[in-house]
Write a new protein. Sequence first.
Length: 237
Amino acid sequence: MKVTEAERESLVELAELEMQLQKLTASKSKLQSSDPAEQANAEFLEVSEKLTASRAEQEDLQLEASRIEEDLELVESRMLRDQSLIQQSSNSSEITGLQHEVETLNKRKGELETDLLEKMEQQESLTAVIGQLTAQKQDLRDQLEMVEKTHDQQLLEATNQLNDLIARRNQLLQTLSEETSADYQRKASRGVPVGLLREGACTACHLNLTATDLSAIRSTEIDELVHCPECQAILIR
């Protein structure tokens, strides 16, 4: 099958275009099958769980602190009552009993105040942790949105580039003779339809040709269409 110089130039461009299409198709497929947000999403969920647990712990601490404050109020109220009774009483036995109870209550008051202080310190520390986790969660949310946006943009660019290459391929096919175009499209349905002969290898199948095959190809007239003996793609010298 003979080809004109113009057809040969179109086939050379088609061969290079097919290589670009292969790379872009593989790149787009990888983008479609990958989930770049997976790690960021996992980190986001982990921080969210920690934040939820910290807030629940803070609520528990608040409940415990409130209970301690109530107990403290009862103890202080009881102490005031006993001290008032001591002042009013003239019974030494009763006064002794009340004084002993005041000492016991005062000890209990100290324990409750210590517990309350510990709970307040834990709350303060937990508030700082919650603040850090909240900020970290927002950062991860922003990262997640950015990763997804970048991925979508890359996929869109790959799709647009593929569409441009396919449109250009269709334009080039129209410059070929009916016979050459039909041959090209038949081979395209089975694999890469055209390749360049570079350093003894076919760019369509990337296989090195034997010395015998290379000799036969090089002895063929330049305007004669030849095919790769390995993959049968149109081979442009």
